[in-house]
Design a protein around this ligand. Structure first.
Ligand code: ADP
Length: 969
């Protein structure tokens, strides 16, 4: 089919793919490419990117234009689309093959302004992290005024949008301004080096080594280990993009894999280490694996000549002192000859080298910067080398990417970070995409997806890739279980346990509840191995370790344990659990089932205490445990931090397994009295833990609310309570928690945590304000929160990726559950509703307006940084007209034009409560402001209307200021 036809036929799909995420990033990237190619001229671009117009309108305009420009432009457009769209959004679209390559166009660049156009895509990328520097240079050179700079820096823009606005402004200032920008970027890229000296020619031996390293990296990276025991699955076939965000900077645009080492979001220019953080199972190792593979194939990170991948798990078993040179060559790839020359080349070109360290949280020692090593040939224990590499005292300039679970990252380590990127797991579209890749048969995929959608608690869990993998593996169990479909994380792991145990056994008798009893011996053996491993921070087990625990070949080929990959291949066969969470699960099974564990194991587990001295004799891990007492003490202290996340996960599984719902499982496996006793112990520990948090809240100053800023462990305790699924225990634990405001900002709260929070918080005795700003609640999370809405008197959800869908659910669900009157009641208890910086459009605002119609208590409504536009503003203004409680309304940065302003003018006319109206950063023109001025003549309650950065000329502003002093420009 011709490209033109493809554009026409797929118009709706293309529009959806470009715009449905609510972010303008994809459209803008396509425009960048088309501009660079000369497929669009500057005037075309300006006609498409009209400020204040909706994203869909802009995208439609682009489609019309490329279509009228003919087949070549359509071909280029489709190709650009293919490059830009993440896989999940490109599903179902076909792209023509017949098009030219999209390399940046070097021919037309005789002036700096032409270079800006021709190199636009890469300039947008390169400008990230240095927009401020360029602005300063332009200010110094007199090309920009400070108002220009403010315009580029508007907080409503994402970092890439700021880069684009900068390029647009520079273009309008002429060639000299463009050359200031280009010069700044060149200097930034290679400080101190003139442009023409940047090329380097590596020696021949080096190139051979590069080839050897990349083929070894590629071989290690091309299969996913979790599939090792079941069916081989190549990473290409299953890899699905996860959601990446900058930890510090609030960026809306999706981050791509290469942005991890790119310029976006750098907080410390001096540092070389980027941290990728995320929960266990969020896909950190898989993401690194993907990066390795893309690098080895020459498809990404091509600024780096060599990439050295390390696994901290494997570094734990290196007991010799090594130099950096030995570390690189022995652990990654051995040069056949000229080691010295190759290493010297590495030392001379640090900026072209990348190290990755997977699972820093699994290293036995916690990060310290006490022992300094600066010389690359000096030997030191491997963890000391690693810490010096991270802080840059060794191999300064070499970029390092480190992954770790968030809770294991100490403030000391943060000091040495260039930036932190958070991996949030799969988006809803990602879950869909993953399931379709996992099940080649589309009917099966559709069924699995349907049953996931039917159980939102399960759907919430599937945002975690490891759980999505388990659920997909066990699809038969999932589809067969109807009512009893899994709800908690423990349910999901029990499902995989049953799945693989039953697959192992040819006997039919394992149906029903007998399956555990039949495999009890294996479960206990693997459980003991896991438990001992967790206690000693050991994740890789040698054949001798397994033998000592009594684990046999039969137990090994059960998928739970897989062969450990080792780059250096000098070690004999080693095994590891297919995921660390599975090790925690087996450890928990052992704690529940074994009669050998000490009585204090459960209390110690919940107090996250070191459990090394408890009951069991040490049967294995000669290699893992230090020999002398002194060494043991030192190592215990150091490894405490590394253990904590795993102890927390284990405790969560123990809570889940000891739930009343699963008691039947243990019937013939261990004495009921013992299990019940353990369950009572857990309930007591959870209640005690919550009380401890409560007691830590300082007494409020008289007249102030009692506010609790939750510590990270609080969310963990809440999740344990949810796993237990016993409302009486949750009720008892929460009954004494008296607090007016619960602050859970920056707590990594996703849909799973929302489910747990709603389950537990509904047992609070008095209403609370729930502050969940800066988390990843998302639309699924909003739905999960509904059961605790009645106990919330305010809900803060700023920066949470909530879209219209979330707002729709919030309103629609409540309509479903109760009468319309009741919505008023429900929303009426929300005296504050802050939903700033989400992705709410006119449609969502209209839903919200409907829900607020009869509300008489909402005082603060914050919707800044959304995209509600004129239509949304009109709906809200008309519904709020009857409110006599609203005192503060913010619609900053929402694409509100004069129509919206006129609707708000009506609100002003009628309102007797509204005091502040925030309309900064919209596109209101003179007409809109005139309406507002007229309305203010009839209103004495409003104290200020903020109108900075709208579509007004300086003269307009001066004139209007004179007319109405409450307008603030
Ligand atoms: P983490 O390192 O954060 O603990 P992993 O990368 O080990 O998580 O992921 C656990 C499992 O989840 C993987 O083995 C794989 O089955 C699945 N998984 C994770 N990320 C992805 C992804 N991006 N695409 C497909 N599957 C993934």
């Amino acid at each position: 089919m011709l490209a033109e036809e493809l554009v026409l036929k797929q118009r709706t799909k293309i529009l959806h793919a470009l715009c449905s995420s609510g972010s303008a990033e994809h459209l803008e990237r396509v425009l960048d490419i088309l501009l660079a190619q000369g497929a669009l001229i500057w005037e075309d671009y300006q006609n498409i990117q009209v400020p204040g117009r909706t994203l869909y309108t802009n995208a439609r305009q682009l489609l019309d234009l490329v279509y009228t420009k003919g087949v070549d432009t359509c071909g280029l457009f489709l190709h650009a689309l293919k490059l830009v769209l993440p896989e999940a959004q490109a599903v179902g679209l076909s792209f023509s093959e017949s098009c030219s390559n999209l390399e940046e166009n070097d021919e037309r660049q005789s002036t700096s302004n032409q270079t800006l156009l021709a190199q636009r895509p890469s300039l947008v990328h390169k400008l990230q992290g240095c927009v401020d520097g360029v602005l300063e240079a332009l200010l110094d050179s007199g090309h920009f005024s400070s108002a220009d700079c403010d315009e580029v820096r508007l907080p409503i823009y994402t970092p890439t949008q700021q880069a684009r606005r900068l390029l647009d402004h520079v273009r309008s200032r002429g060639d000299l301004a463009a050359s200031v920008l280009l010069q700044y970027i060149h200097q930034k890229q290679e400080p101190g080096l003139p442009l023409n000296q940047r090329e380097l020619t590596p020696p021949k031996e080096f190139l051979k080594y590069q080839k050897k390293l990349s083929s070894s990296v590629s071989a290690q990276a091309c299969f996913l280990s979790t599939y090792g025991g079941t069916s081989h699955m190549s990473l290409d076939d299953i890899y699905t993009d996860g959601e990446l965000e900058l930890a510090e900077v609030n960026a809306h645009g999706p981050l791509g894999l290469e942005d991890i080492v790119g310029l976006a979001g750098i907080v410390n220019e001096e540092a070389d280490t980027v941290l990728v953080s995320g929960e266990a199972g969020s896909g950190k190792s898989t993401l690194l694996q993907r990066l390795h593979l893309l690098w080895a194939r020459g498809l990404a990170l091509q600024d780096f000549l060599l990439l050295f991948p390390f696994s901290c798990r494997r570094l734990n078993s290196e007991h010799n002192e090594l130099s950096v040179q030995e570390l690189l060559f022995q652990h990654c790839c051995w040069p056949d000859r000229n080691q010295e020359e190759i290493f010297q080349f590495i030392l001379d070109h640090p900026h072209q080298i990348l190290f990755t360290f997977d699972g820093l949280d699994e290293l036995k020692q916690s990060f310290t910067d006490e022992h300094r090593v600066c010389c690359p040939t000096q030997r030191a224990p491997v963890h000391v080398l690693l810490f010096n590499l991270i802080q840059g005292s060794l191999m300064k300039g070499v970029q390092k990417v480190v992954t770790s679970r968030s809770e294991a990252v100490s403030p000391l380590l943060k000091k040495h970070l260039r930036k932190e990127v958070v991996l949030k797991g799969f988006s809803p579209a990602g879950i869909d995409c993953f399931v379709r890749k996992h099940h080649r048969d589309p009917t099966v995929a559709a069924k699995v997806l349907e049953s996931m959608q039917a159980n939102t608690a399960l759907l919430g869990l599937c945002h975690s890739p490891v759980l999505c993998w388990i659920v997909s593996q066990c699809h038969k169990e999932l589809l067969g279980c109807g009512e009893g479909s899994p709800k908690t994380i423990t349910d999901v792991y029990l499902m995989i346990l049953q799945h693989f145990l039953q697959h192992q056994s040819p006997l039919k008798s394992t149906m029903g509840l007998g399956w555990l009893q039949e495999h009890l011996k294996t479960v206990l053996l693997l459980g003991q191995l896991a438990f001992e491993g967790i206690r000693s921070t050991c994740y890789i087990f040698s054949g001798t370790d397994l033998e000592a625990c009594g684990v046999t070949e039969k137990d090994i080929c059960m998928v739970f344990l897989i062969k450990s990959k080792d780059m250096s291949s000098t070690h004999s066969k080693c095994y590891e659990f297919s995921h660390v969470t599975l090790q925690c699960f087996f450890a928990a099974l052992f704690i529940v089932l074994s009669s050998n564990t000490n009585r204090s194991v459960i209390p110690k587990l919940f107090e996250l205490e070191n459990m090394r001295e408890t009951g069991l004799t040490r049967v294995c891990f000669g290699a893992c445990l230090p020999s002398s007492d002194q060494q043991q003490q030192a190592s215990e202290k150091e490894s405490k931090a590394a253990e904590t996340p795993n102890l927390q996960i284990t405790a969560m599984f123990v809570s889940g397994l000891l739930s009343q719902r699963h008691q039947n499982l243990w019937l013939h496996c261990c004495p009921s009295a013992a299990v019940e006793k353990k369950a009572r112990q857990v309930a007591k520990c959870l209640s005690k833990g919550i009380q401890k948090h409560f007691r830590s809240i300082p007494q409020p100053v008289q007249g102030e609310k009692k506010s609790m800023h939750a510590m990270p462990d609080f969310v963990w305790l809440i999740k344990c309570l949810y796993e237990m699924q016993e409302s009486q225990i949750a009720k008892d634990a929460m009954s004494k928690l008296e607090v007016d405001h619960l602050k859970l900002t920056y707590c990594n709260i996703g849909p799973v945590e929302c489910t747990a929070l709603a389950y537990v918080l509904q047992h609070l005795r008095n209403p609370v304000g729930l502050q969940l700003d800066n988390n990843s609640v998302g639309d699924v999370g909003v739905e999960q929160l509904l059961p605790c809405m009645h106990i919330c008197n305010s809900l803060y959800l700023r920066n949470n990726n909530i879209t219209d869908e979330g707002i729709r659910k919030l309103i629609a669900k409540v309509i479903q559950c109760d009468s319309f009157q009741k919505i008023a009641y429900r929303l009426s208890s929300n005296v504050t509703l802050l939903l700033g910086n989400n992705n709410i459009t006119a449609e969502g605002a209209t839903q919200l307006a409907e829900g607020l119609k009869v509300n008489q208590t909402l005082a603060y409504l914050g919707l800044w940084g959304n995209r509600i536009g004129d239509a949304g503003t009109e709906a809200l203004a008309s519904s709020l007209e009857k409110s006599n409680s609203l005192v503060w309304l913010s619609l900053v940065g929402n694409g509100v034009g004069s129509a919206g302003a006129c609707a708000l003018a009506n609100l002003i006319r009628k309102s007797t409560s509204l005091q502040e109206l925030w309309l900064t950063e919209n596109c209101i023109t003179r007409t809109g402001v005139e309406c507002l001025i007229q309305a203010l003549k009839h209103n004495t309650y409003v104290t200020s209307v903020w109108l900075r950065n709208n579509d007004l000329s300086l003269e307009d502003v001066e004139e209007m200021k004179q007319l109405e002093s409450r307008l603030i420009f």
